[in-house]
Design a protein around this ligand. Structure first.
Ligand code: SF4
Length: 439
């Protein structure tokens, strides 16, 4: 590397959107110091692997990524959730330069400095106000808090990431405003528990545009809704105060989209999982939300084959699914996670039963999705364009979060660019996706 060439950092970012935001923060800091991002192993002076340690398969994927980076480049810095198990990392890759856990931004940046010092050049130090992003330019994740105060038995996030720590609403809004000013059209609000936002700060007020704003989900969502971008809420739990936010959706302030991880429907399983709000009457709540905001798209995730789940419990879950008619559904087969309390529960479900329950669940949820999407034929939807090629464009409507939900395909559409917001009439539907024509 000569004195004028900016040092290059390769990055492999694994895991959930929250980990992606961590990677972006690290890259933003490095970018401000003049580092560039390398798209390849060969071009990188050092490779950063941001790992996930949530379930066994994610650990495996992280360990494989570290080994690959070592083989291809040889100068590797590891961070993220798996970083708390340095022994496992050093066992497969003893030569990694440094290992840190989640949110240790400063230590990661220091490790990069040690591996490849920054250039001191005021011109390369300049960086756009949106920071460095790993998502396309037109949408961005907005992390509003870290950690979680719950102790769901299948989860080790509170052990890894600590208790709830919310960012003051004014700080979140200033970041969101910068993002929108730099071209972001959709803000994806993420946390471990969005409904609990601000609880740890006693909902303290902070400054936003010369006024005091309370740090809670409603006030944040309301203020975000004034910025002129789509606002999508993820990881909301069905506490009573969620109803106020549904009103913001009905008023068109934020997208009528609610990602609410129910995980199961059998009261016994939910209790054994120690889920927050497990005693809420969920079907009644969903009915109420649909009465307030008829267009609302509800997304949820579920676990099948949790220890102790009986065939009756599973049938209760299928009945719930049929009654709730959720728009978007994800389902995982239960897996032990190192350190999780659920590992010690009795009644672990046979892997074949887990698989067959997962298949039955997916079949029903696909039927529901197909029926609901068919109802959209003939309607007109706003579509945010994600990608364009010679065959047309692909985008998403309010019911589609990137990566996890469906798409809207606009075949033969021309003259569009990623980030454009267009109106489309829906002409065809599939199990998860829609096809439309520009209006
Ligand atoms: S609410 Fe439960 S599943 Fe979600 S992060 Fe907290 S402990 Fe984990």
């Amino acid at each position: 590397m000569d004195k004028k060439t900016p040092p290059k950092v390769g990055i492999i970012s694994l895991g959930c959107p929250k980990a992606l935001v961590d990677s972006e923060r690290i890259l933003t800091k490095l970018g401000a110091e003049g580092y560039a991002v390398s798209e390849s192993y060969e071009g990188a002076d050092v490779v950063l692997v941001n790992t996930c340690g949530f379930i066994d398969s994610a650990r495996e994927e992280s360990l494989e990524a570290i080994q690959e980076a070592m083989a291809e480049n040889g100068r590797v810095i590891v961070t993220g959730c798996l970083g708390i198990d340095e022994g496992a990392i050093r066992e497969v890759a003893p030569g990694v330069l440094s290992v840190t856990g989640p949110h240790q931004y400063e230590q990661v940046v220091e490790a990069v400095h040690d591996a490849v010092p920054p250039l001191h050049d005021p011109y390369v130090d300049l960086i756009g106000p949106e920071g460095m992003k790993l998502t396309p330019r037109h949408y961005s994740y907005l992390k509003i808090s870290e950690g979680c105060n719950h102790s769901c038995k299948f989860c080790i996030i509170p052990d890894i990431r600590g208790p709830l720590a919310s960012r003051p609403a004014g700080d979140v809004l200033r970041e969101a405003e910068r993002l929108v000013e730099s071209g972001v059209k959709e803000l994806l609000v993420i946390s471990q528990d969005t409904s609990a936002y601000g609880l740890d700060l006693n909902y303290a007020e902070s400054d936003w545009c010369g006024n005091a704003i309370k740090t809670d989900m409603y006030n944040l969502a309301n203020a975000l809704g004034n910025l002129g971008a789509w606002v999508r809420l993820h990881y909301v739990y069905p506490y009573p105060h969620v109803d106020n936010v549904i009103e913001l959706m009905a008023d068109g302030k934020i997208l009528p989209y609610l990602d609410i991880p129910f995980q199961h429907a059998s009261p016994g399983v939910l209790k054994s999982m120690a889920r927050p709000a497990h005693a809420e009457k969920v079907l009644e709540r969903i009915e109420k939300w649909r009465a307030i905001c008829p267009d609302i798209a509800i997304r949820s995730t579920f676990i099948v084959g949790y220890p102790g789940e009986t065939e009756d419990d599973f049938e209760t879950l299928l009945d719930f699914l049929e009654d709730a008619q959720l728009d978007r559904v994800g389902c995982f087969q239960y897996e032990n996670i190192d350190g999780a309390k659920a590992n010690a529960l009795p009644g672990h479900v046979d892997p074949e039963d887990k698989l067959s329950r997962w298949e039955r669940f997916m079949e029903l949820s696909q039927d529901i999705s197909e029926r609901k999407l068919m109802d959209r034929i003939g309607s007109t939807l706003d579509v945010l364009i994600d990608d364009v090629d010679e065959t047309g464009a692909v985008g998403r409507c309010y019911a589609d979060s990137p990566e996890i939900d469906g798409n809207v395909y606009l075949e033969n559409a021309t003259g569009l660019q990623p980030g454009d917001l267009v109106k489309a009439t829906i002409i065809k539907s599939g199990a998860y996706d829609l096809w439309g024509e520009l209006k």
